[in-house]
Write a protein that binds this ligand. Sequence first.
Ligand code: SIN
Length: 280
Amino acid sequence: METYRHIDVRPVSGALGAEIRGVDLKAPGEAAWNEIRAAFLDRLVLFFPDQQLEPKEMAAAGAQFGQPDHYPFIEGLPEEPYVIPLIKEADERKNFGEGWHSDTTYTEKPPKATCLYSVDLPEIGGDTLFANMYLAYDALSDGMKALLAPLKAVNSAAARKDGGRASGNNYQSVKLINRDQDLEGIHPVVRTHPETGRKALYVNALHTMRFEGWTEAESKPVLKFLYEHNQRPEFSCRHSWSVGTFAIWDNRAAQHFALNDYHGQRREMRRMSIAGDVPV
Ligand code: SIN
């Protein structure tokens, strides 16, 4: 367990996640930022409650983790184009991010991290689940690890259910862009984290279609096993939002799932991606 002198780190489950107290993200100071970045690598998802961040301030906080990047399918806010709105109105049924996934794995360089800031929340529901893909990999048998080691997976935007064509989603309050663009990313099934050197499972139910060189039918039973395995409760944590919470997660070693259990209530978040490398 890391020790911290400038921030108060409170783990939220055995697997991953920590709440960070005692920090104003507008001006934490360099010593606190260094500890926050260490906590990010250690806990994979951090939650900073009681923040008051305008879109540009959110982007500045996110930029402490890397270069901000554009999400390909939703137009950014006029005042800060890297930040996109995620809004589900009370009369809408679909949400953004329902299903376990790592973000936009259909791109050549999927984002290292994603930041999310809560603006308006349902009275009940709208939690986000997270899961630790290092633990998921470590818990596999040697036989399964050997099978997966040489494999790559084909990830496709055409299959995505996060607001694209496949979902039939017609959000009222966000502007969808590039709707006909088919992006495809072929990445190792097991990736090595560029900073920690640890191995993490890197297939997900929203974007992964099949193994490279395998048919979808052949891939399906193994992927089904991996998706069920990834969801084991002991690899996970659950975050119940309060307004003004800034969160950031590590897409290289964690997956997440936005629960859609608040029909009839409104939820508004702001989201920004941090650019990543080609997974290896
Ligand atoms: C996402 O999947 O990026 C959004 C998660 C959420 O809204 O809770």
